[in-house]
Design a protein around this ligand. Structure first.
Ligand SMILES: [Zn+2]
Length: 389
């Protein structure tokens, strides 16, 4: 806690902690809350009363008694509000619905070729309406939307650059023009990292490597104070995501791993992107990604060679990240979602490069195999709401 925080700030902070605790539990009693958070019972009683008045917590019965009075069971009202996350890529629009549980309640992926046009933006609005209609989320409870894009988003929500969408310095407002809820736009890798790290006790910093048709990344710093990671806007930046001076931090795809190697779309030679994107696998194998992994499982020798070379290059990139940040590395994106069966073998490759000799356990496959970016964008919106509780 900040030194010299006013009593109003302390009260707000405590209210927030109580809600977050309840939101992380199925149900809890007031003595449980007091013990878990180190608060006095009268303080907890007062806060729970306020949260009940706000209709974001409620009583859900009683705990069985161990002698004496039965304790009331309190739970968060997780369907008190909803948000939608959208993920825009060159060929698809994905939608995810979540509530205070921050879980995927509904999701949908629609093939739609991107164009920076009013027609496309109108289509986003229509898709969102249809999606909400089908999901039966009460409209009055939808508090906002988050939009994930494959590009660099500045502090004002301007899309500074997107190779995938072929855009340079465009106002991001077009994307939300036909969405009747408050919107925020964020980089796809940052959004995926938000999903990966939400509802997790972050004991170490996390480097998220998004291995999709291009390679992106995010740097999530571990902070000592909060037990749970929270994502609020401070000067337009996520509290725990390092975005850098020009909002370009985490562009791991353009670290050079083979000087004078393959030419990257950025113009440089030997970038991680040229070796570790999902397209590298599909281009070399001549099949789509599900087809590649199916054949790999079936023992295709040529695909096995392609995969081994891919993992060797990926191990160089991952080792570089480890050397820079000394944190955990999460493999996400299209390739990351297929990584789990190969993670032990890949850890050995990383361990072989680890000069500090602690093995490769710091690398893992991503938690969300589908729609991590769309979910992260939705969670980001929900977290803004929770922060204000
Ligand atoms: Zn490059």
């Amino acid at each position: 806690m900040k030194r010299g925080a006013s009593s109003i700030e302390v009260k707000k902070l405590n209210r927030n902690r109580v809600f977050r605790y309840l939101n992380s539990q199925e149900r809890a009693s007031m003595p449980d809350i007091a013990a878990a958070l180190g608060m006095s019972r009268p303080t907890v009683l007062q806060i729970v009363r306020e949260l009940k008045e706000s209709q974001i917590v409620r009583e859900v019965g009683e705990f069985s008694s161990t002698g004496g009075r039965r304790a009331k069971a309190i739970a968060a009202v997780q369907d008190a509000c909803y948000t939608v996350g959208l993920d825009i890529t060159h060929g698809h629009i994905s939608l995810v619905l979540t509530d205070l549980s921050e879980k995927i309640l509904e999701h949908e992926r629609v093939r739609e070729l991107f164009s920076y046009s009013d027609g496309y933006f109108c289509r986003i609005g229509d898709l969102l309406e249809d999606f909400l209609e089908r999901s039966q989320a009460p409209r009055e409870k939808v508090i906002g939307a988050g939009i994930s894009v494959p590009g660099i988003v500045d502090r004002c929500g301007c899309l500074v650059y997107s190779h995938a969408l072929g855009l340079d310095h465009v106002d991001g407002k077009g994307f939300s023009k036909y969405i009747p809820y408050p919107c925020i736009m964020l980089n796809d890798a940052n959004a995926a990292a938000v999903a990966e790290c939400s509802n997790t006790d972050l004991s170490r910093s996390v480097l998220y490597l998004l291995l999709s048709n291009s390679v992106g990344g995010a740097v999530v710093f571990h902070q000592d104070t909060p037990a749970q990671v929270s994502w609020s806007v401070q000067d337009g930046a996520f509290r725990n995501i390092y975005i850098g001076a020009e909002c370009r931090a985490g562009e791991f795809g353009h670290m050079v791993i083979h000087p004078e190697g393959e030419t990257c779309y950025c113009g440089k030679k030997g970038c991680v992107d040229a070796y570790c994107s999902a397209s590298r696998l599909t281009d070399l194998a001549g099949v789509d990604l599900p087809g590649f992994f199916r054949e790999l499982e079936n023992g295709n020798v040529r695909f096995r060679e392609v995969w081994e070379r891919y993992l060797d290059d990926l191990a160089i990139a991952v080792d570089n990240l480890r050397m820079c940040f000394d944190g955990d590395v999460v493999l996400g994106g299209y390739v990351g979602s297929y990584m789990e069966p190969y993670i032990e073998a890949f850890r050995l490759k990383c361990a072989g490069r680890n000069i500090f000799g602690h093995g490769g356990d710091y690398v893992r496959a991503c938690k969300y195999r589908v729609e991590a970016s769309a979910l992260g964008a939705a969670i980001y919106r929900i977290e803004q709401y929770i922060d204000r509780i």
